[in-house]
Design a protein around this ligand. Structure first.
Ligand SMILES: [Zn+2]
Length: 235
């Protein structure tokens, strides 16, 4: 390999591959699970969405479940009433960048701007500063792993490709049934507008989620916010 290629590979590795590997393989600096048995935290990324987020809030309200939403700052500003509703109904709100851009494509300045703009958007609308951060696609660079304005990074222990329509309601439900409910943090999406997702996918997610909630509640599983799951003494 020629020298410039070696240098470029080294820089790319140091900037994004190594931080992402540290998280994915060794869980360095991130939380993927809580410590309460027979409990789960539902988390929803990529919203708010004017069609699906209100339906999701109705579903959660019907079953008296509090969840955690990782919102895109620009969408929060576009739909402030939905963000207010999320907050007023007792759910938690975390940062999922101001625009849905991977950290692999952001330099340090653009990354910091994305974070600040998201924090400000959420704070301006709800009056609350977010506590948690989940980067789009779970991608990290060296800055997003270590310089994140005191935000705690929340990843997930269960993911089910709910952003794709081809998974359908029953296949998604089958995936959700694999959750062992021992402090799992479940990742779902209430918006299908991001790159690689299907616009109508949240409709199937909502149906599968309702089945999952009914089945698990019947078995005594508790549904809670990320804070209640990972810091039960503080809630
Ligand atoms: Zn996302």
């Amino acid at each position: 390999m020629k020298k410039p290629l070696i240098i470029i590979s080294f820089i790319i590795g140091l900037y994004m591959v190594i931080p992402t590997l540290l998280v994915k393989v060794f869980s360095i600096g991130v939380t993927k699970k809580g410590g309460i048995s027979n409990a789960v935290a539902l988390t929803f990324d990529d919203g708010p969405n004017p069609l699906f987020t209100p339906q999701l809030l109705d579903l959660l309200g019907e079953h008296q479940i509090k969840a955690t939403f990782f919102v895109v700052g620009a969408k929060a500003e576009k739909y402030p009433e939905i963000l207010k509703r999320i907050n007023e109904e007792g759910h938690e709100i975390g940062v999922h960048h101001y625009k849905h851009i991977s950290n692999w494509l952001l330099g340090p300045v653009a990354y910091q701007r994305n974070l600040s703009e998201s924090i400000n958007a959420i704070h301006n609308i709800t009056g609350k500063k977010p506590l948690y951060y989940r980067p789009p696609w779970g991608h990290f660079n060296i800055f997003s792993l270590f310089f994140r304005r005191n935000l705690k990074i929340i990843m997930w222990s269960h993911i089910s490709q709910d952003w794709k329509v081809h998974k359908g309601e029953m296949e998604l439900y089958d995936k959700l049934k694999q959750v062992d409910a021992a402090g799992d943090i479940i990742l779902l999406h209430d918006c299908g507008e991001t790159f690689g997702a299907d616009r109508e996918a949240p409709a199937f997610m909502l149906s599968a989620l309702e089945r999952f909630i009914i089945e698990r509640k019947a078995k005594g599983v508790q549904f809670m916010t990320v804070t209640s799951l990972i810091e039960p003494k503080n809630t």
